[in-house]
Ligand binder design. Structure first.
Ligand code: ATP
Ligand code: MG
Length: 235
């Protein structure tokens, strides 16, 4: 049963050149903002998809202001928002406020991956839920060539948890593109990160970023967006 579904997912993703899962051991470090901004930046030059797999708190539809709904046509065609093909678990859960649990999460991930028609993409960016739960395991299992970008803040509280995710990914032989340090003020842990992973760069704390939510072009022009642009060329 499982194997057959993996085959369907592989078929759906066969024309996607790179799958990048934006993750973190920690919640609230900026995964959703970073994944949306990376997708918007790369979409200037490349064919890009954005998939929101955060079952606990899907947010990227708000960041890029996705008002259009997917269309059913031998599968589901993602709407195109600001040049990005966009798909989110929100389209499945919006009528049901109760968070999905355990097996239901995995089934919903499989369902989403099985029905979404991405077609040709240079990048599929995935906004992951926090932690190292079943969703991360599912990504590893169903998208064998997924690469991971890991987001941390300079806080020791974030970094200590993120380090565990990096070790977990290494143990599972996952490809890690590198670590992004977000919300940097004076203190940076660049040297600490470089000891165990590739350092993709820092994003400064931008007190105006909240005003850019729902306005993709404003987000790209913001201090936050400019920092993401410098990082995106290294992906
Ligand atoms: N560089 C930054 N400067 C200032 N605020 C930021 C920055 N990055 C993210 N934020 C803010 O931090 C909050 C959390 O960001 P976001 O929702 O992207 O994090 P997350 O890691 O996806 O959270 P969750 O784990 O709940 O999914 C948001 O209010 C966002 O606007
Ligand atoms: Mg999020």
């Amino acid at each position: 049963m499982i194997d057959a579904r993996i085959g369907v997912i592989e078929e759906r993703l066969k024309n996607v050149k790179r799958i990048i899962a934006v993750s973190s051991g920690k919640g609230g470090v900026g995964k959703s903002m970073v994944s949306a901004a990376i997708a918007l930046t790369l979409a200037k030059k490349y064919k890009v998809g954005l998939l929101d797999l955060d079952f606990y708190g899907p947010s990227t539809h708000l960041i890029i202001n996705a008002n259009e709904k997917p269309v059913e046509k031998n599968g589901i065609l993602p709407p195109i928002i600001d040049k990005i093909k966009f798909m989110s678990i929100i389209y499945f859960t919006e009528e049901n406020p109760a968070p999905l649990k355990g097996k239901d999460i995995i089934n919903a991930i499989i369902e989403l991956l099985t029905i979404t028609i991405w077609d040709e993409l240079d990048f599929l960016i995935i906004d992951m839920p926090p932690g190292m739960g079943e969703e991360v395991m599912a990504i590893i299992k169903f998208m064998k060539n997924a690469e991971f970008i890991v987001v941390t803040t300079p806080s020791i509280l974030s970094w200590e948890t993120v380090k565990k995710l990096l070790i977990f990914l290494r143990e599972n032989k996952c490809n890690v593109v590198g670590v992004i340090e977000n919300m940097v003020m004076e203190k940076s842990i660049e040297n600490e990160i470089k000891k165990i992973s590739n350092y993709l760069g820092k994003i400064g704390f931008d007190e105006n970023v909240e005003n850019c939510i729902g306005e993709p072009s404003k987000l790209l022009e913001s201090k936050f967006g400019k920092d993401v642009e410098k990082i995106a060329v290294k992906i």
